[in-house]
Write a protein that binds this ligand. Structure first.
Ligand code: THU
Length: 135
């Protein structure tokens, strides 16, 4: 069953999540909202750490929340960041595990749509679960 996609609502959820970003080091607040095929929306923000390398991006927080709640079929992702920002490479790889065709909406910090994309475009020739089949 197709979930009807309200990209504006998804972007607004991402803006709300960015308010909760813990980004005292970069001061770059990111909010993510993942729409699952169940219709539920899972949000995440970036969570930085004094040990910089332990920082987790907003996208991964949102995806891990969805997966840990048992929602593995993901439909779309909205991001909110100043000026609009594309997901980093590590997040593209994590997203690809659950939907290589994920739709992606990039918004600024007010939730205005800056660009629309898909994971297929952002991560061509991916390494995915099928690469490990029959192992
Ligand atoms: N960040 C994200 O949350 N998502 C991305 O895709 C790119 C970067 C965060 C990590 C760090 O807290 C801050 O933005 C600056 O890199």
């Amino acid at each position: 069953m197709e979930v009807s996609l309200d990209s504006k609502a998804l972007l607004n959820a991402a803006v709300g999540a960015s308010d909760r970003a813990y980004a005292p080091y970069s001061k770059f607040k990111v909010g993510a909202a993942v729409l699952a095929k169940s219709g539920k929306i899972y949000t995440g923000c970036n969570v930085e750490n004094a040990s910089y390398g332990l920082t987790v991006c907003a996208e991964r927080v949102a995806v891990f929340k969805a997966i840990s709640e048992g929602d593995k079929e993901l439909e779309a992702l909205a991001l909110s960041a100043e000026g609009g920002a594309y997901p980093c490479g590590a997040c593209r790889q994590v997203l690809q595990e659950f939907n290589p065709n994920l739709r992606i909406f990039l918004g600024d910090s007010e939730g205005q749509l800056v660009a629309e994309s898909s994971l297929k475009d952002l991560l061509p020739k991916p390494f995915g679960p099928e690469c490990l089949e029959n192992k």
